[in-house]
Design a binder for this molecule. Structure first.
Ligand code: HEC
Length: 136
């Protein structure tokens, strides 16, 4: 009877130690992780295929794009439609552009749009907050 009790107690101690050890090393997959959505992550996933902040790709560089007249990034060959649009990039024009570029400037080569207003705002805030060449 005593032997059984001793084994039971040892067993319980063992269990305790085991759960402690697990508790110490186990990490819940919650909290800040790579899935967190920011203006920057949206920019990279939705725009980064064609645009960069410091060089022309398929689309023009977004260096200093906020506050600049459309179609004026040096070294990029714009469509005539965008180059002669007379648009200046600010919150309002960028919002319209991202909603539907071809409706805003018919004849542009950019066809990608962002339907969700909250995501447009995050992307615009990101471009706005990155006006200089340290933006990359
Ligand atoms: C599939 C490629 C592609 C994607 C993705 C794309 N664009 Fe574009 N973008 C272009 C092209 C091409 C142009 C030039 C259009 C022209 O000359 O008519 C352009 C032009 C622009 C311009 C005008 C820049 C200037 O110098 O006047 C802005 C602003 C812009 N894009 C923002 C964005 C943003 C923000 C995103 C992400 C939500 C995005 N684009 C996603 C291809 C793309």
């Amino acid at each position: 009877m005593n032997a059984i009790r001793t084994r039971l107690i040892l067993c319980l101690i063992g269990l305790c130690v085991a759960t402690q050890a697990l508790g110490g090393t186990f990490q819940w997959p919650f909290g800040t992780g790579p899935t967190e959505m920011t203006g920057e992550s949206l920019y990279r996933s939705r725009c980064g295929g064609c645009h960069a902040l410091d060089h022309n790709k398929y689309g023009p560089s977004h260096h200093d794009v906020f506050g600049r007249p459309a179609g004026t990034q040096p070294g990029y060959r714009y469509s005539a439609a965008l180059a002669h649009s007379g648009v200046v990039w600010n919150e309002t024009s960028l919002d319209r552009w991202l909603l539907d570029p071809r409706a805003m400037i018919p004849g542009t080569r950019m066809s990608v749009s962002v339907g969700d207003p909250a995501k447009r705002r995050m992307i615009i805030d990101f471009l706005k907050g990155r006006p200089t060449s340290d933006a990359n």
